[in-house]
Write a protein that binds this ligand. Structure first.
Ligand code: NAI
Length: 248
């Protein structure tokens, strides 16, 4: 069977991804701050030493890395940037030799869909190489977006760029950008977005379920999608159509 590593495995979209990948026959190893579940390795994605220790505990061959762990915009800016972008970047770079020919799937967010307008600042951030340097750049530069949207936008850009840099042997990288999904995080979005969140949920009929996103992650993890590379798939129940009307 295939070996799949999933960060954020203890909750929400990560937990749904673990369950779906296992049901399809993969050997799944979780990585999370909360390592109470079986087959889970403890990691704190803000800390390079912790990431290195977790990487050392993983097998020599890995078919798929799913970077799902994240924290909402209600967390401190530095934590948001580290957990949602800089830590997963570090982990992916460490695991790259073991992932040759395989796939990386990153969970970004619909909140990052405005990345083209932020490209100059994102590229400045991506020019840093360590978590510490990335955080120092963010504190200094104060880019024109909140930390969550900026980190998610940068995740989408980093995915496409790194896929390009690592061609042709890979691993290939793709991302998924969820709209609002019913997990413990939804309460945080309600706090930051206010009534707009429930209005969006009403317009598209329902909020996403963790399985809605896990299905896209599993598709991008599967060899059947191997010609899809450096792509972002927006899974938001159709709300992107409101942008296409030009009324947003
Ligand atoms: P969740 O809160 O249910 O799960 C997040 C997991 O990440 C938890 O198990 C947590 O322990 C882990 N985690 C947090 N900080 C960590 C750290 N420092 N080191 C290691 N693990 C850590 O969240 P949910 O909703 O399942 O989110 C998963 C991903 O989807 C996140 O990247 C989130 O930003 C993204 N997303 C979620 C949306 C939603 O509406 N729920 C919408 C768009 C994106």
């Amino acid at each position: 069977g295939r070996t799949v590593v999933v960060t954020g495995s203890a909750s929400g979209i990560g937990a749904a991804t673990v369950a779906m990948a296992r049901a399809r026959g993969a050997t799944v190893i979780g990585l999370d701050r909360d390592a109470s579940a079986s087959d889970t390795i403890q990691v704190d994605l803000v800390d390079e030493a912790s990431i290195a220790a977790a990487a050392a505990a993983l097998p020599e061959r890995i078919d798929v890395l799913c970077n799902v762990a994240g924290v909402p915009g209600t967390a401190p800016d530095q934590t948001v940037l580290a957990v949602n972008l800089l830590g997963p970047r570090h982990l992916t770079q460490l695991l790259r030799p073991r992932l040759a020919g395989g796939a990386v799937v990153n969970v970004a967010s619909a909140a990052g869909a405005g990345w083209p307008a932020l490209l100059p600042e994102i590229n400045e951030l991506l020019a840093t190489t360590t978590i510490g340097d990335g955080l120092a750049w963010f504190a200094r530069a104060a880019p024109p977006a909140d930390a969550y949207s900026f980190a998610k936008a940068a995740m989408t850009v980093w995915t496409a760029r790194t896929n390009w840099d690592w061609l042709p042997d890979g691993p290939r990288l793709n991302s998924v950008s969820p709209g609002a999904v019913e997990t413990p995080t939804l309460a945080d979005f309600r706090a930051t977005m206010g009534p707009a969140l429930d209005r969006i949920g009403g317009l598209v009929g329902r909020f996403g379920r963790p399985e809605d996103i896990a299905a896209v992650v599993c598709f991008l993890a599967d060899p059947a999608s191997e010609w899809v590379k450096g792509q972002d798939i927006l899974a938001d129940g159709g709300f992107h159509g409101a942008r296409a009307t030009g009324s947003l």
